[in-house]
Write a protein that binds this ligand. Structure first.
Ligand SMILES: Cc1cc2nc3c(=O)[nH]c(=O)nc-3n(C[C@H](O)[C@H](O)[C@H](O)COP(=O)(O)OP(=O)(O)OC[C@H]3O[C@@H](n4cnc5c(N)ncnc54)[C@H](O)[C@@H]3O)c2cc1C
Length: 531
Protein backbone atom coordinates (compact mmCIF):
# COMPACT_ATOMS: atom_id res chain seq x y z
CA UNK A 1 0.00 0.00 0.00
CA UNK A 2 1.39 3.41 -0.90
CA UNK A 3 0.26 6.82 0.18
CA UNK A 4 0.69 8.13 -3.38
CA UNK A 5 -1.37 10.86 -4.97
CA UNK A 6 -3.66 11.87 -2.15
CA UNK A 7 -6.85 13.54 -3.29
CA UNK A 8 -6.56 17.28 -3.24
CA UNK A 9 -9.50 18.59 -1.27
CA UNK A 10 -10.42 22.24 -0.95
CA UNK A 11 -10.89 23.63 2.58
CA UNK A 12 -14.65 23.49 2.04
CA UNK A 13 -14.46 19.87 0.96
CA UNK A 14 -12.29 18.99 3.94
CA UNK A 15 -14.87 20.50 6.22
CA UNK A 16 -17.58 18.43 4.51
CA UNK A 17 -15.53 15.23 4.81
CA UNK A 18 -14.23 15.68 8.34
CA UNK A 19 -17.29 14.36 10.27
CA UNK A 20 -17.35 11.18 8.21
CA UNK A 21 -13.75 10.07 7.61
CA UNK A 22 -11.17 9.43 10.32
CA UNK A 23 -8.35 10.61 8.07
CA UNK A 24 -8.51 12.98 5.08
CA UNK A 25 -5.09 12.34 3.56
CA UNK A 26 -3.83 8.80 4.10
CA UNK A 27 -4.89 5.66 2.18
CA UNK A 28 -6.47 3.99 5.22
CA UNK A 29 -9.44 5.54 6.97
CA UNK A 30 -12.64 4.55 8.72
CA UNK A 31 -16.14 5.83 8.02
CA UNK A 32 -18.01 7.47 10.87
CA UNK A 33 -21.38 9.09 11.48
CA UNK A 34 -22.94 7.79 8.29
CA UNK A 35 -26.09 5.70 7.83
CA UNK A 36 -25.36 2.03 7.10
CA UNK A 37 -26.96 2.28 3.69
CA UNK A 38 -24.67 5.15 2.69
CA UNK A 39 -21.54 3.31 3.83
CA UNK A 40 -22.69 0.22 1.96
CA UNK A 41 -23.55 2.14 -1.19
CA UNK A 42 -20.22 3.99 -1.09
CA UNK A 43 -18.32 0.71 -0.94
CA UNK A 44 -20.53 -0.74 -3.65
CA UNK A 45 -19.38 2.08 -5.94
CA UNK A 46 -15.75 0.89 -5.60
CA UNK A 47 -16.45 -1.87 -8.07
CA UNK A 48 -17.53 0.46 -10.89
CA UNK A 49 -15.75 3.75 -10.23
CA UNK A 50 -12.11 4.85 -10.59
CA UNK A 51 -12.61 7.51 -7.91
CA UNK A 52 -11.43 7.36 -4.33
CA UNK A 53 -14.08 6.84 -1.68
CA UNK A 54 -13.80 10.34 -0.26
CA UNK A 55 -14.15 11.85 -3.72
CA UNK A 56 -17.16 9.61 -4.41
CA UNK A 57 -18.71 10.83 -1.20
CA UNK A 58 -18.28 14.47 -2.20
CA UNK A 59 -19.42 13.97 -5.78
CA UNK A 60 -22.30 11.61 -5.29
CA UNK A 61 -23.50 11.55 -1.69
CA UNK A 62 -22.70 14.83 0.06
CA UNK A 63 -25.53 17.25 -0.14
CA UNK A 64 -26.13 20.39 1.80
CA UNK A 65 -23.68 22.67 3.53
CA UNK A 66 -20.55 21.74 5.40
CA UNK A 67 -21.11 21.67 9.12
CA UNK A 68 -24.56 20.16 8.85
CA UNK A 69 -25.38 17.59 11.52
CA UNK A 70 -23.57 14.30 10.84
CA UNK A 71 -26.23 12.45 8.92
CA UNK A 72 -27.98 15.48 7.49
CA UNK A 73 -27.11 16.36 3.97
CA UNK A 74 -25.90 12.86 3.16
CA UNK A 75 -27.34 11.16 0.12
CA UNK A 76 -29.49 8.56 1.77
CA UNK A 77 -32.03 8.63 -1.01
CA UNK A 78 -29.32 8.10 -3.58
CA UNK A 79 -27.82 5.29 -1.50
CA UNK A 80 -31.22 3.62 -1.22
CA UNK A 81 -31.62 3.95 -4.96
CA UNK A 82 -28.24 2.35 -5.58
CA UNK A 83 -29.18 -0.57 -3.36
CA UNK A 84 -32.49 -0.92 -5.09
CA UNK A 85 -30.73 -1.21 -8.41
CA UNK A 86 -27.72 -3.34 -7.49
CA UNK A 87 -29.19 -5.56 -4.83
CA UNK A 88 -32.82 -6.04 -5.70
CA UNK A 89 -32.57 -5.92 -9.48
CA UNK A 90 -29.30 -7.73 -9.99
CA UNK A 91 -29.26 -9.70 -6.74
CA UNK A 92 -25.68 -8.76 -5.98
CA UNK A 93 -25.44 -10.26 -2.51
CA UNK A 94 -22.01 -8.85 -1.73
CA UNK A 95 -23.63 -5.43 -1.45
CA UNK A 96 -25.76 -6.72 1.41
CA UNK A 97 -22.55 -7.55 3.28
CA UNK A 98 -21.51 -3.92 3.43
CA UNK A 99 -23.64 -2.58 6.23
CA UNK A 100 -24.06 -3.87 9.75
CA UNK A 101 -26.36 -3.43 12.71
CA UNK A 102 -26.13 -3.98 16.44
CA UNK A 103 -29.43 -5.47 17.50
CA UNK A 104 -30.70 -6.36 20.96
CA UNK A 105 -33.22 -9.15 21.51
CA UNK A 106 -34.34 -9.13 25.12
CA UNK A 107 -36.28 -11.66 27.15
CA UNK A 108 -36.09 -14.42 24.57
CA UNK A 109 -36.26 -18.03 25.68
CA UNK A 110 -33.16 -20.21 25.63
CA UNK A 111 -34.88 -22.20 22.90
CA UNK A 112 -34.95 -19.05 20.77
CA UNK A 113 -31.40 -17.96 21.64
CA UNK A 114 -30.17 -21.10 19.90
CA UNK A 115 -32.10 -20.18 16.76
CA UNK A 116 -30.83 -16.60 16.86
CA UNK A 117 -27.26 -17.84 17.26
CA UNK A 118 -27.38 -20.33 14.42
CA UNK A 119 -25.66 -18.30 11.69
CA UNK A 120 -21.89 -18.47 11.39
CA UNK A 121 -21.27 -14.97 10.08
CA UNK A 122 -22.56 -12.98 13.01
CA UNK A 123 -21.32 -12.07 16.45
CA UNK A 124 -23.39 -12.78 19.56
CA UNK A 125 -23.25 -11.92 23.22
CA UNK A 126 -25.67 -13.64 25.54
CA UNK A 127 -26.59 -13.07 29.15
CA UNK A 128 -24.97 -15.79 31.19
CA UNK A 129 -26.64 -18.21 33.61
CA UNK A 130 -23.32 -18.19 35.47
CA UNK A 131 -23.13 -14.51 36.34
CA UNK A 132 -26.84 -13.60 36.51
CA UNK A 133 -28.92 -15.30 39.20
CA UNK A 134 -32.52 -15.86 38.12
CA UNK A 135 -33.97 -14.50 41.33
CA UNK A 136 -35.93 -11.51 40.10
CA UNK A 137 -39.57 -11.47 39.03
CA UNK A 138 -40.09 -8.51 36.70
CA UNK A 139 -43.79 -7.74 36.56
CA UNK A 140 -44.38 -10.40 39.21
CA UNK A 141 -43.35 -13.30 36.94
CA UNK A 142 -40.28 -15.48 36.93
CA UNK A 143 -38.14 -14.96 33.88
CA UNK A 144 -39.44 -17.63 31.55
CA UNK A 145 -41.26 -17.58 28.24
CA UNK A 146 -44.94 -18.53 28.17
CA UNK A 147 -45.62 -19.85 24.66
CA UNK A 148 -48.45 -18.22 22.73
CA UNK A 149 -49.38 -21.71 21.55
CA UNK A 150 -50.82 -22.36 25.04
CA UNK A 151 -54.19 -20.58 25.04
CA UNK A 152 -54.76 -17.98 27.78
CA UNK A 153 -56.93 -19.43 30.51
CA UNK A 154 -56.37 -23.05 29.44
CA UNK A 155 -55.61 -25.80 31.96
CA UNK A 156 -52.40 -26.58 30.10
CA UNK A 157 -51.17 -23.02 30.41
CA UNK A 158 -51.94 -23.06 34.13
CA UNK A 159 -50.06 -26.35 34.56
CA UNK A 160 -47.13 -24.92 32.60
CA UNK A 161 -46.96 -21.84 34.82
CA UNK A 162 -47.27 -23.89 38.02
CA UNK A 163 -44.47 -26.31 37.11
CA UNK A 164 -42.09 -23.64 35.83
CA UNK A 165 -42.81 -21.43 38.87
CA UNK A 166 -41.88 -24.35 41.10
CA UNK A 167 -38.65 -24.93 39.19
CA UNK A 168 -37.62 -21.29 39.71
CA UNK A 169 -38.68 -21.38 43.37
CA UNK A 170 -36.56 -24.49 43.93
CA UNK A 171 -33.61 -22.79 42.24
CA UNK A 172 -33.94 -19.73 44.45
CA UNK A 173 -34.47 -21.79 47.62
CA UNK A 174 -31.17 -23.63 47.16
CA UNK A 175 -29.04 -20.64 46.20
CA UNK A 176 -27.92 -19.81 49.71
CA UNK A 177 -27.47 -23.40 50.97
CA UNK A 178 -25.30 -24.24 47.93
CA UNK A 179 -23.21 -21.11 48.46
CA UNK A 180 -22.84 -21.96 52.15
CA UNK A 181 -21.76 -25.48 51.21
CA UNK A 182 -19.08 -24.21 48.81
CA UNK A 183 -17.90 -21.61 51.32
CA UNK A 184 -17.46 -24.36 53.92
CA UNK A 185 -15.73 -26.68 51.48
CA UNK A 186 -13.47 -23.98 50.00
CA UNK A 187 -12.65 -21.36 52.64
CA UNK A 188 -11.39 -18.05 51.33
CA UNK A 189 -7.71 -18.48 50.36
CA UNK A 190 -5.48 -16.11 52.28
CA UNK A 191 -4.62 -13.15 50.09
CA UNK A 192 -7.83 -13.21 48.05
CA UNK A 193 -10.19 -10.27 48.42
CA UNK A 194 -13.76 -10.74 49.52
CA UNK A 195 -14.95 -9.74 46.04
CA UNK A 196 -12.82 -12.35 44.27
CA UNK A 197 -13.99 -15.02 46.68
CA UNK A 198 -17.66 -14.00 46.57
CA UNK A 199 -17.77 -13.94 42.77
CA UNK A 200 -16.04 -17.31 42.56
CA UNK A 201 -18.43 -18.99 44.98
CA UNK A 202 -21.45 -17.41 43.35
CA UNK A 203 -20.42 -18.51 39.84
CA UNK A 204 -19.88 -22.07 41.07
CA UNK A 205 -23.28 -22.03 42.76
CA UNK A 206 -25.08 -20.76 39.67
CA UNK A 207 -23.24 -23.34 37.52
CA UNK A 208 -24.47 -26.08 39.85
CA UNK A 209 -28.08 -24.92 39.97
CA UNK A 210 -28.63 -23.97 36.33
CA UNK A 211 -29.85 -27.50 35.57
CA UNK A 212 -33.07 -26.66 37.43
CA UNK A 213 -33.94 -23.87 35.02
CA UNK A 214 -36.24 -24.79 32.12
CA UNK A 215 -35.27 -24.20 28.49
CA UNK A 216 -38.01 -21.53 28.52
CA UNK A 217 -35.77 -19.38 30.76
CA UNK A 218 -35.30 -15.98 29.21
CA UNK A 219 -32.05 -14.27 28.28
CA UNK A 220 -30.95 -11.10 26.55
CA UNK A 221 -28.93 -11.49 23.37
CA UNK A 222 -26.90 -8.90 21.47
CA UNK A 223 -26.29 -9.55 17.80
CA UNK A 224 -24.01 -7.84 15.37
CA UNK A 225 -24.12 -8.73 11.72
CA UNK A 226 -24.42 -7.59 8.14
CA UNK A 227 -27.60 -7.11 6.16
CA UNK A 228 -26.94 -10.41 4.43
CA UNK A 229 -26.59 -12.27 7.74
CA UNK A 230 -29.82 -10.70 9.03
CA UNK A 231 -31.62 -11.68 5.87
CA UNK A 232 -30.62 -15.32 6.38
CA UNK A 233 -31.66 -15.14 10.05
CA UNK A 234 -35.06 -13.70 9.15
CA UNK A 235 -35.71 -16.26 6.43
CA UNK A 236 -35.06 -19.04 8.94
CA UNK A 237 -37.09 -17.52 11.77
CA UNK A 238 -40.04 -16.74 9.51
CA UNK A 239 -40.12 -20.40 8.46
CA UNK A 240 -39.93 -21.69 12.02
CA UNK A 241 -42.87 -23.57 13.53
CA UNK A 242 -42.55 -21.81 16.91
CA UNK A 243 -44.69 -18.72 17.38
CA UNK A 244 -41.95 -17.11 19.50
CA UNK A 245 -39.48 -17.37 16.60
CA UNK A 246 -41.90 -15.92 14.05
CA UNK A 247 -43.00 -13.09 16.35
CA UNK A 248 -39.36 -12.25 17.04
CA UNK A 249 -38.68 -12.22 13.29
CA UNK A 250 -41.47 -9.68 12.82
CA UNK A 251 -39.99 -7.43 15.50
CA UNK A 252 -36.48 -7.77 14.11
CA UNK A 253 -37.68 -6.88 10.62
CA UNK A 254 -39.58 -3.85 11.91
CA UNK A 255 -36.52 -2.55 13.79
CA UNK A 256 -34.01 -3.30 11.03
CA UNK A 257 -36.20 -1.48 8.54
CA UNK A 258 -35.66 1.64 10.64
CA UNK A 259 -31.91 1.43 10.04
CA UNK A 260 -31.18 -0.68 6.96
CA UNK A 261 -34.43 -0.80 4.98
CA UNK A 262 -32.65 -1.17 1.67
CA UNK A 263 -30.96 -4.39 2.75
CA UNK A 264 -34.16 -6.17 3.59
CA UNK A 265 -36.43 -5.53 0.64
CA UNK A 266 -36.89 -9.13 -0.39
CA UNK A 267 -37.29 -10.83 3.01
CA UNK A 268 -41.08 -10.63 3.06
CA UNK A 269 -41.75 -10.23 -0.64
CA UNK A 270 -44.01 -13.27 -1.22
CA UNK A 271 -42.24 -14.35 -4.40
CA UNK A 272 -38.71 -13.86 -2.98
CA UNK A 273 -38.11 -14.29 0.76
CA UNK A 274 -41.61 -15.70 1.20
CA UNK A 275 -40.89 -18.50 -1.27
CA UNK A 276 -37.48 -19.02 0.30
CA UNK A 277 -38.94 -19.41 3.81
CA UNK A 278 -41.62 -21.74 2.47
CA UNK A 279 -38.90 -23.88 0.92
CA UNK A 280 -37.07 -24.10 4.28
CA UNK A 281 -40.26 -24.99 6.12
CA UNK A 282 -41.44 -27.51 3.52
CA UNK A 283 -38.16 -29.47 3.40
CA UNK A 284 -38.03 -29.61 7.20
CA UNK A 285 -41.60 -30.92 7.42
CA UNK A 286 -41.13 -33.42 4.60
CA UNK A 287 -37.92 -34.76 6.17
CA UNK A 288 -39.59 -35.09 9.55
CA UNK A 289 -42.46 -37.03 7.99
CA UNK A 290 -40.15 -39.40 6.10
CA UNK A 291 -37.93 -39.86 9.18
CA UNK A 292 -41.02 -40.74 11.22
CA UNK A 293 -41.93 -43.45 8.74
CA UNK A 294 -38.44 -44.83 8.37
CA UNK A 295 -37.37 -44.71 12.01
CA UNK A 296 -40.65 -45.14 13.88
CA UNK A 297 -40.19 -47.54 16.80
CA UNK A 298 -36.38 -47.71 16.57
CA UNK A 299 -34.89 -47.19 20.02
CA UNK A 300 -31.60 -45.28 20.53
CA UNK A 301 -28.69 -47.58 21.33
CA UNK A 302 -26.78 -46.71 24.51
CA UNK A 303 -23.67 -44.63 23.85
CA UNK A 304 -21.06 -42.87 25.98
CA UNK A 305 -21.32 -39.11 26.44
CA UNK A 306 -18.94 -38.40 23.55
CA UNK A 307 -18.42 -40.64 20.52
CA UNK A 308 -15.96 -40.01 17.71
CA UNK A 309 -18.08 -41.31 14.85
CA UNK A 310 -15.95 -40.28 11.92
CA UNK A 311 -12.35 -39.39 11.22
CA UNK A 312 -9.80 -39.99 8.49
CA UNK A 313 -7.18 -42.59 9.49
CA UNK A 314 -4.82 -40.78 7.14
CA UNK A 315 -5.78 -37.38 8.55
CA UNK A 316 -2.48 -36.65 10.22
CA UNK A 317 -0.57 -37.52 7.08
CA UNK A 318 -2.80 -35.20 5.07
CA UNK A 319 -2.30 -32.34 7.52
CA UNK A 320 1.45 -32.86 7.20
CA UNK A 321 1.25 -32.74 3.39
CA UNK A 322 -0.97 -29.66 3.57
CA UNK A 323 1.63 -27.96 5.77
CA UNK A 324 3.99 -28.11 2.78
CA UNK A 325 1.52 -26.68 0.29
CA UNK A 326 2.07 -22.95 0.63
CA UNK A 327 5.84 -23.43 0.97
CA UNK A 328 6.20 -25.46 -2.25
CA UNK A 329 5.32 -25.35 -5.94
CA UNK A 330 4.16 -28.98 -6.19
CA UNK A 331 0.61 -30.15 -6.90
CA UNK A 332 -1.45 -31.19 -3.89
CA UNK A 333 -1.54 -34.92 -4.69
CA UNK A 334 2.20 -35.02 -5.40
CA UNK A 335 2.85 -33.52 -1.96
CA UNK A 336 0.71 -36.21 -0.34
CA UNK A 337 2.61 -38.85 -2.23
CA UNK A 338 5.97 -37.41 -1.06
CA UNK A 339 4.81 -37.26 2.55
CA UNK A 340 3.69 -40.90 2.40
CA UNK A 341 7.26 -41.85 1.49
CA UNK A 342 8.89 -39.76 4.23
CA UNK A 343 10.20 -41.29 7.43
CA UNK A 344 8.20 -40.66 10.57
CA UNK A 345 11.07 -38.48 11.84
CA UNK A 346 10.88 -36.30 8.73
CA UNK A 347 7.14 -35.94 9.08
CA UNK A 348 7.44 -35.13 12.77
CA UNK A 349 10.13 -32.50 12.05
CA UNK A 350 7.87 -30.90 9.45
CA UNK A 351 4.89 -30.73 11.78
CA UNK A 352 7.09 -29.36 14.56
CA UNK A 353 8.18 -26.54 12.28
CA UNK A 354 4.61 -25.85 11.20
CA UNK A 355 3.17 -25.78 14.71
CA UNK A 356 6.16 -23.93 16.19
CA UNK A 357 6.48 -22.73 19.76
CA UNK A 358 2.97 -21.93 20.87
CA UNK A 359 3.28 -19.55 23.79
CA UNK A 360 -0.45 -19.34 24.40
CA UNK A 361 -3.63 -20.80 22.91
CA UNK A 362 -4.03 -17.87 20.55
CA UNK A 363 -0.87 -18.89 18.68
CA UNK A 364 -2.46 -21.26 16.21
CA UNK A 365 -0.98 -23.19 13.32
CA UNK A 366 -2.34 -22.39 9.85
CA UNK A 367 -4.91 -23.81 7.48
CA UNK A 368 -3.12 -27.13 6.97
CA UNK A 369 -4.95 -28.12 10.16
CA UNK A 370 -8.20 -27.68 8.26
CA UNK A 371 -7.27 -30.70 6.09
CA UNK A 372 -8.78 -33.25 8.45
CA UNK A 373 -12.01 -33.31 10.43
CA UNK A 374 -13.65 -35.09 13.33
CA UNK A 375 -17.32 -35.80 13.79
CA UNK A 376 -18.41 -36.20 17.39
CA UNK A 377 -21.81 -37.34 18.57
CA UNK A 378 -22.48 -35.89 22.02
CA UNK A 379 -25.17 -36.65 24.56
CA UNK A 380 -24.83 -34.21 27.41
CA UNK A 381 -26.90 -31.83 29.45
CA UNK A 382 -28.66 -28.95 27.74
CA UNK A 383 -26.68 -26.39 29.75
CA UNK A 384 -23.40 -27.61 28.25
CA UNK A 385 -24.95 -27.89 24.79
CA UNK A 386 -25.98 -24.24 24.94
CA UNK A 387 -22.38 -23.25 25.46
CA UNK A 388 -20.85 -25.51 22.81
CA UNK A 389 -23.49 -24.50 20.28
CA UNK A 390 -21.96 -21.01 20.26
CA UNK A 391 -18.98 -22.07 18.16
CA UNK A 392 -19.40 -20.96 14.59
CA UNK A 393 -16.61 -22.40 12.45
CA UNK A 394 -17.97 -25.90 12.53
CA UNK A 395 -21.10 -27.86 11.70
CA UNK A 396 -23.43 -28.54 14.59
CA UNK A 397 -27.00 -29.80 14.64
CA UNK A 398 -29.13 -30.92 17.51
CA UNK A 399 -32.15 -33.10 18.13
CA UNK A 400 -35.32 -32.03 19.91
CA UNK A 401 -34.83 -31.47 23.64
CA UNK A 402 -36.83 -34.00 25.63
CA UNK A 403 -36.59 -35.95 28.90
CA UNK A 404 -35.95 -39.29 27.17
CA UNK A 405 -32.15 -39.31 27.70
CA UNK A 406 -32.28 -38.65 31.45
CA UNK A 407 -30.71 -35.82 33.40
CA UNK A 408 -27.51 -34.84 35.17
CA UNK A 409 -27.54 -34.57 38.95
CA UNK A 410 -24.52 -32.74 40.39
CA UNK A 411 -22.86 -34.54 43.33
CA UNK A 412 -23.12 -31.41 45.42
CA UNK A 413 -26.90 -31.48 45.11
CA UNK A 414 -27.06 -34.92 46.74
CA UNK A 415 -24.44 -33.97 49.32
CA UNK A 416 -26.44 -31.06 50.64
CA UNK A 417 -29.74 -32.93 50.66
CA UNK A 418 -31.25 -31.20 47.64
CA UNK A 419 -31.51 -34.44 45.64
CA UNK A 420 -35.22 -34.95 46.28
CA UNK A 421 -36.05 -31.39 45.24
CA UNK A 422 -33.95 -31.80 42.11
CA UNK A 423 -35.72 -35.05 41.19
CA UNK A 424 -39.11 -33.45 41.85
CA UNK A 425 -38.33 -30.64 39.41
CA UNK A 426 -37.05 -33.13 36.82
CA UNK A 427 -40.11 -35.38 37.16
CA UNK A 428 -42.51 -32.45 36.89
CA UNK A 429 -40.65 -31.20 33.84
CA UNK A 430 -40.92 -34.64 32.19
CA UNK A 431 -44.64 -34.85 33.00
CA UNK A 432 -45.29 -31.42 31.57
CA UNK A 433 -43.34 -32.32 28.45
CA UNK A 434 -45.53 -35.39 28.03
CA UNK A 435 -48.72 -33.42 28.64
CA UNK A 436 -47.74 -30.92 25.96
CA UNK A 437 -46.88 -33.68 23.50
CA UNK A 438 -50.14 -35.49 24.14
CA UNK A 439 -52.00 -32.24 23.48
CA UNK A 440 -50.43 -32.13 20.00
CA UNK A 441 -47.87 -29.50 21.04
CA UNK A 442 -44.70 -31.53 20.53
CA UNK A 443 -42.84 -28.51 19.15
CA UNK A 444 -43.65 -26.45 22.22
CA UNK A 445 -42.81 -29.23 24.69
CA UNK A 446 -39.01 -28.53 24.84
CA UNK A 447 -39.70 -25.21 26.62
CA UNK A 448 -40.75 -27.26 29.64
CA UNK A 449 -37.58 -29.34 29.81
CA UNK A 450 -35.04 -28.54 32.53
CA UNK A 451 -31.51 -27.72 31.42
CA UNK A 452 -30.15 -30.72 33.37
CA UNK A 453 -31.76 -33.04 30.82
CA UNK A 454 -29.50 -34.43 28.14
CA UNK A 455 -29.72 -33.56 24.49
CA UNK A 456 -28.01 -35.22 21.56
CA UNK A 457 -26.08 -33.15 19.05
CA UNK A 458 -23.13 -33.56 16.75
CA UNK A 459 -20.15 -31.34 16.24
CA UNK A 460 -18.12 -31.81 13.10
CA UNK A 461 -14.99 -29.71 12.97
CA UNK A 462 -11.61 -29.62 11.40
CA UNK A 463 -8.46 -29.94 13.51
CA UNK A 464 -7.88 -26.19 13.52
CA UNK A 465 -11.31 -25.40 14.93
CA UNK A 466 -10.98 -28.38 17.28
CA UNK A 467 -7.79 -26.81 18.62
CA UNK A 468 -9.68 -23.58 19.30
CA UNK A 469 -12.77 -25.20 20.82
CA UNK A 470 -10.97 -27.78 22.96
CA UNK A 471 -8.36 -25.40 24.28
CA UNK A 472 -10.93 -22.69 25.08
CA UNK A 473 -13.52 -25.01 26.56
CA UNK A 474 -11.12 -26.87 28.85
CA UNK A 475 -9.67 -23.75 30.47
CA UNK A 476 -10.00 -24.02 34.25
CA UNK A 477 -12.64 -21.26 34.34
CA UNK A 478 -14.94 -23.25 32.02
CA UNK A 479 -18.06 -25.05 33.19
CA UNK A 480 -17.22 -28.61 34.37
CA UNK A 481 -19.82 -30.16 32.03
CA UNK A 482 -18.37 -28.88 28.76
CA UNK A 483 -14.81 -29.25 30.09
CA UNK A 484 -15.51 -32.97 30.49
CA UNK A 485 -16.93 -33.24 26.95
CA UNK A 486 -13.97 -31.44 25.38
CA UNK A 487 -11.40 -33.39 27.39
CA UNK A 488 -13.00 -36.59 26.06
CA UNK A 489 -12.83 -35.24 22.49
CA UNK A 490 -9.13 -34.56 22.91
CA UNK A 491 -8.48 -38.07 24.19
CA UNK A 492 -10.44 -39.57 21.28
CA UNK A 493 -8.41 -37.61 18.72
CA UNK A 494 -5.19 -38.96 20.23
CA UNK A 495 -6.27 -42.50 21.03
CA UNK A 496 -9.08 -43.51 18.67
CA UNK A 497 -8.11 -41.51 15.60
CA UNK A 498 -4.45 -42.09 16.48
CA UNK A 499 -3.69 -38.46 15.57
CA UNK A 500 -1.19 -38.09 18.38
CA UNK A 501 0.84 -35.32 16.79
CA UNK A 502 -2.33 -33.27 16.19
CA UNK A 503 -3.50 -33.92 19.76
CA UNK A 504 -0.04 -32.97 21.06
CA UNK A 505 -0.13 -29.73 19.07
CA UNK A 506 -3.26 -28.85 21.11
CA UNK A 507 -0.99 -28.34 24.07
CA UNK A 508 -3.30 -25.95 25.92
CA UNK A 509 -6.07 -28.50 26.34
CA UNK A 510 -6.32 -28.66 30.11
CA UNK A 511 -7.07 -32.06 31.69
CA UNK A 512 -6.42 -30.97 35.26
CA UNK A 513 -9.17 -31.25 37.88
CA UNK A 514 -10.41 -27.86 39.04
CA UNK A 515 -12.24 -27.11 42.28
CA UNK A 516 -13.03 -23.41 42.01
CA UNK A 517 -13.45 -22.73 38.32
CA UNK A 518 -13.62 -18.94 38.42
CA UNK A 519 -10.94 -18.32 41.06
CA UNK A 520 -7.95 -17.66 38.80
CA UNK A 521 -10.05 -15.63 36.34
CA UNK A 522 -11.45 -13.49 39.19
CA UNK A 523 -7.93 -12.94 40.52
CA UNK A 524 -6.75 -11.82 37.08
CA UNK A 525 -9.78 -9.52 36.70
CA UNK A 526 -9.01 -7.92 40.07
CA UNK A 527 -5.34 -7.46 39.16
CA UNK A 528 -6.43 -5.75 35.93
CA UNK A 529 -8.84 -3.49 37.82
CA UNK A 530 -6.07 -2.50 40.23
CA UNK A 531 -3.63 -1.86 37.38
C1 LIG B 1 -15.38 -19.29 30.47
C2 LIG B 1 -16.24 -18.77 29.34
C3 LIG B 1 -17.25 -17.86 29.62
C4 LIG B 1 -18.06 -17.36 28.59
N1 LIG B 1 -19.05 -16.47 28.89
C5 LIG B 1 -19.85 -15.99 27.92
C6 LIG B 1 -20.92 -15.07 28.21
O1 LIG B 1 -21.17 -14.70 29.35
N2 LIG B 1 -21.69 -14.65 27.18
C7 LIG B 1 -21.46 -15.04 25.89
O2 LIG B 1 -22.17 -14.62 25.01
N3 LIG B 1 -20.47 -15.91 25.59
C8 LIG B 1 -19.67 -16.40 26.55
N4 LIG B 1 -18.68 -17.29 26.24
C9 LIG B 1 -18.59 -17.76 24.86
C10 LIG B 1 -17.44 -17.15 24.05
O3 LIG B 1 -17.13 -15.87 24.40
C11 LIG B 1 -17.67 -17.27 22.52
O4 LIG B 1 -18.86 -16.76 22.11
C12 LIG B 1 -17.66 -18.68 22.11
O5 LIG B 1 -16.53 -19.24 22.62
C13 LIG B 1 -17.73 -18.87 20.56
O6 LIG B 1 -16.96 -17.93 19.85
P1 LIG B 1 -15.45 -18.09 19.46
O7 LIG B 1 -15.07 -16.88 18.68
O8 LIG B 1 -14.65 -18.38 20.66
O9 LIG B 1 -15.31 -19.42 18.58
P2 LIG B 1 -15.84 -19.86 17.14
O10 LIG B 1 -17.15 -19.29 16.85
O11 LIG B 1 -15.71 -21.33 17.18
O12 LIG B 1 -14.80 -19.27 16.13
C14 LIG B 1 -13.46 -19.71 16.09
C15 LIG B 1 -12.58 -18.57 15.65
O13 LIG B 1 -12.96 -18.19 14.32
C16 LIG B 1 -12.92 -16.80 14.17
N5 LIG B 1 -14.29 -16.29 13.91
C17 LIG B 1 -15.43 -17.00 14.02
N6 LIG B 1 -16.48 -16.24 13.65
C18 LIG B 1 -15.99 -15.04 13.32
C19 LIG B 1 -16.59 -13.82 12.86
N7 LIG B 1 -17.89 -13.67 12.66
N8 LIG B 1 -15.74 -12.78 12.62
C20 LIG B 1 -14.42 -12.90 12.81
N9 LIG B 1 -13.82 -14.02 13.25
C21 LIG B 1 -14.59 -15.08 13.49
C22 LIG B 1 -12.31 -16.25 15.45
O14 LIG B 1 -10.93 -16.25 15.36
C23 LIG B 1 -12.74 -17.29 16.46
O15 LIG B 1 -11.97 -17.29 17.63
C24 LIG B 1 -17.85 -17.79 27.25
C25 LIG B 1 -16.83 -18.72 26.98
C26 LIG B 1 -16.02 -19.20 27.99
C27 LIG B 1 -14.93 -20.17 27.67
Amino acid sequence: MTAAAPDAFTPAERARLAPHFTDLDGPVFALTNLPEVVKGALFARYSRSPKSLRRLFLDEFAEGPAGAAPTEGVGVTRAEGLYERVFVEYGDDSVAQLGGVHLACENVSNVLTKLLEWGRLMAYLEQSTRYIPYTDRPGGRWRYHAPAELPEGSALRAAYAKILDEAFETYVRWLEPVQAHYRARHPRPPGDSDLVYRNTIRAKTLDTLRGLLPAATQANVGLYGTGQAYEALLLRLRAHPLEEARACADRILTELRKVIPAFLKRVDAPDRGGAWSRYLGATREATRAVAGTLLGGVEPAPRPEVVLVDFDPEGELKVTAAALYAASELPDDQLLDRVRRMSSEERAALLRAYVGERVNRRHKPGRAFERTSYRFDVLTDYGAFRDLQRHRLLTLEWQPLSPRHGYALPETIEEIGAGDDWRRVMDASAELHEALRSAGLALVAPYAVSMAYRIRFYMEMNAREAMHVLELRTTPQGHPAYRRVCQAMHRLIAEQAGHRAIADAMRFVDHSPVELERLEAERRAEARRRA
